[in-house]
Design a protein around this ligand. Sequence first.
Ligand code: ZN
Length: 597
Amino acid sequence: MACIGHSRSTGWTGQTPVRGVATATSLAFSGGLVTNQFLRRTAVLAVATVAVGVAVAAPATAAPGHNAAPATTTVRLIGLNDFHGNLEPPAGSSGRVVQSDGTTVDAGGAAFLATHVRQLRAEQRNSLVLTGGDNIGASPLASALFHDEPTIEFLNSIGTTASAVGNHELDEGYKELLRIQFGGCHPVDGCQFHNPYPGAKFPYLASNITFTKTGLPATLPFTVKIVNGAKIGIIGATLKDLPTIVSPDGIQGLSFGDEAAAINRSSALLQRLGVKTQVVVIHQGDSTVGGGPNDCNLAASGPLSAINAAVSTNVDVIISGHTHTQYNCKLPDPAGKLRTVIQSLSFGRLLSVVDLKIDRKTGDVIRDASTARNEIVTRTVTPDPAVQAIVDEAVTKAAPIANQQVGKITADIVKAPVASGESPLGNLIADSQLAATEQSAGAQIALMNPGGVRADLVFAPDGVVTYQDAFTVQPFSNILQTLTYTGAQIDQVLEQQWLPGLTRILQPSSTLHYTQTLANPIGDRVSNITINGVPVDPAATYRVTVNNFLAAGGDSFTALTQGTDVTGGPIDLDAFTAYLTANSPVSPPATDRITVA
Ligand SMILES: [Zn+2]
């Protein structure tokens, strides 16, 4: 792990200056330099912060005879989450917002979003832009090819104040997140977008990520902003189950703790330091059952609702993410007092607008007088020229990189299935997923949903497979997961390939063979299952790699939800390109894994 010393501490706080907003804290951590006096040092820094705050606020009260300063001040929080590098307006359903009445509005696009932010700031100059994480990773080509550096420059450009760490911020590992934070060139690909890459001008926050060995913070837990005299504590957190959805190599040595417990530790510290206005940015959310941007139709017993119920009453607002859902809720805190819990869909289609009314005397939020709404990022506004320039440059520079070779093939490798339902390309993808998880997660077989194989790999004219070609085959950025199933459960999964009126044949890796007998009734069609040539024992356990869509029971494979001991893996596209590179030239795999009886 790279070390971040005190000398780098400005990296956490090198904010784009925003009028009326003073940067307050400056904290840095390092595996090598953090001592067990961390909390004390944090306290010292935060006390210094509060002192600065008093100094800033002093002129307002030092003019006797003038009108007394107003009793309250308003601070606007502008929230977004799960932007996923969508610099260009996202297409299809990913570029639409469904409203309460079922009608849709086209939404999203970085340049439009920037204009909305500028307008929101013009209405309320005391504004902070906060994000719930996953703004990078699983991105379209124009951002992904540059390791999302253009997206960070966009977030810098709109004056982002702080971001939660999402799971996708750790797709390329902790070390890469440090580079995204502090700047510098990618160790393999160099500085392909701007040289040098300047880093994020906002801190990544997560109070629940620690170094396993020492228990010390691996990411900044919180930051404090002084806005028009009001002290705002911003506490970050990421989902504690993050290790199940990222590759284990990248997060070795890190621990992910309980979200509410970690938030409450930061909250108590801030409270002791007199920071009474507290906001949480968290990369975790609830699912919804329909509803528009400002409805609160949460599915029952969601993870964020549980976290909210355990988060200190000192916290006034929770800005969330991860589930790509839209809600604007008021949920009871542990004291039964309602507080805003909000999420703004994904891909930059919505912005959360939370106007906090803060009592200048107590420094705390008057919740009843505060408001919250989700605003649609419509495309009817003028695109922001500065952000449009970043987008255009990324798209232009991406084209030649997208055409770079990742491997070669010896003949067309097609997705059209043979009689058994397997296809050469489906088998190749399953093999790539097995290869990517064999060492790191002990995978023995891989299964790929046929619907996720989107295009053929075509030989013409010279067998070269470009990054663009591979991306077209695997565009969804699904995460690989390796789970343990019994032999009986694997049999059950394979039997579920046939449901009344529905057939989906999972594409098997080369290590799995079985016989299908279509003359038999549904539920009794699979026999002779072998893994690496050895008959599968119904009582024994096996490690199976699938994508996160299938692991969650996608395509009605409910038996796949029974897996245990889940290990996260890489993005499917990364596994695919790595396999093509390592095995070039690649010939179409034989379609002999399933025997038709
Ligand atoms: Zn996420």
